[in-house]
Design a protein around this ligand. Structure first.
Ligand code: FA5
Length: 342
């Protein structure tokens, strides 16, 4: 026990130069600090050693308090000599003992960006290029180039925000299809296009007014729905780290034909039914389909020679599934306490 007190003294000597006074007080003098634990220990010390143990422990406490006084004195002198520079970052003007711990100041990447990076890494390994989508676009890329002529009723499915001078905040990353076909053609074209999307939504746990999608496009000779199914399944299995069963349900998008909703078996309950899949055992994850010949033509690709598929998956919903988040709006609240838990 007495050896242990020697060891504590050595630790104090090291800590006094590396930790702040607040941290030293917390570590050694707080209610459950190192010294409090040693004081509680007195009852377990053999009767003949008790008085020496108690004496050494009290000396240790006095030693620590003296060192703290000394350090505080030094800081006072330092502070009184210090000139404040109002233009300097706050940590330069803050006295050493009051500076937040470096870990409290360190930034970190947002969970959505962490998940996006994992997904892009999977696609890159599969041979896809990456292009980011635009956050403001025009009617041609939002609708015309995607086979929604003026007055097409399906335009209403993508209710979003417009500027007074006719620009649009894209409701989906499909706005990039025409650019990708033109910029990366002639085929083969393999590209994923992540980006921010906006919709005029009454928000709820799975609908936000601002969210991310990842568009994907693959165009070459002889590309079929089979290639689409295998590519998307492989990506989801790698990302969710599970073997999945898949289903394709009918859907409707003017820019694909045929168009489907890609559905996976729930990776959490293996189709038994749970809160993540709404007790159905299946999760609808994304829209996809074979790129419509009119879209290929608008992108300068000959639909007689080439075929291709495209998909658009929601990053927020997939992140929520992977990380067990019940409401996607939490991802955009900026609540630091919530984000720190992820
Ligand atoms: C589309 O946006 C199509 N552009 C997808 C597509 C691309 C189909 C290429 C065919 C070919 P949809 O509106 O279903 O489809 O949205 C796709 C995904 O975006 C949804 O499955 C969902 O994960 C996500 N999403 C859509 N609206 C929201 C929203 N308000 N909040 C969060 N995620 C959303």
């Amino acid at each position: 026990m007495l050896n242990e007190l020697d060891k504590i003294k050595e630790d104090i000597q090291k800590d006094i130069t590396s930790l702040s006074i607040l941290q030293i007080k917390g570590k050694y003098l707080s209610k459950n600090g190192v010294l409090a634990v040693m004081f509680k220990n007195i009852k377990n010390i053999k009767a003949d050693q008790k008085s020496e143990y108690g004496k050494t422990l009290n000396e240790l406490k006095t030693y620590l308090e003296d060192r703290i006084d000394e350090e505080q004195g030094k800081i006072k002198i330092e502070n009184s000599n210090r000139k404040i520079d109002p233009t300097a970052p706050f940590d330069v003007n803050t006295s050493k003992d009051k500076r937040p711990h470096i870990l409290d100041l360190k930034g970190s990447s947002h969970p959505l960006m962490q998940e996006l990076e994992k997904m892009l890494d999977i696609f890159q390994r599969m041979g896809f290029d990456i292009l980011e989508s635009r956050q403001i676009d025009d009617d041609f890329h939002m609708f015309e180039s995607l086979n929604f002529p003026k007055g097409h009723p399906a335009r209403d499915m993508y209710d979003t925000f417009w500027t007074d001078d006719g620009f649009v905040l894209p409701a989906h990353t499909s706005t990039m299809q025409n650019r990708a076909l033109r910029r990366l053609g002639p085929p083969p074209i393999r590209v994923v296009l992540p980006g921010r999307c906006f919709r005029n939504e009454a928000t709820d746990a799975s609908h936000e007014h601002t969210f991310y999608q990842i568009e994907g496009i693959y165009v070459d000779e002889g590309i079929s729905m089979g290639h689409m199914q295998a590519t998307i399944k492989e990506y989801l299995e790698q990302y969710l780290e599970k073997d999945l069963e898949i289903k394709m349900q009918p859907a409707y998008f003017p820019f694909t034909e045929p168009d489907v909703e890609f559905v996976i078996s729930c990776p959490f309950c293996n189709k038994v039914g749970c809160t993540t899949c709404g007790n159905s055992g299946w999760i609808e994850l994304m829209g996809c389909g074979m790129i419509h010949p009119n879209v290929l033509t608008a992108g300068g690709i000959d639909p007689q020679k080439y075929t291709g598929f495209a998909w658009g998956v929601g990053l927020d919903r997939l992140t929520a599934i992977k990380r067990g988040i019940s409401d996607i709006r939490k991802l955009r609240d900026g609540d630091i306490n919530f984000l720190r838990q992820l």
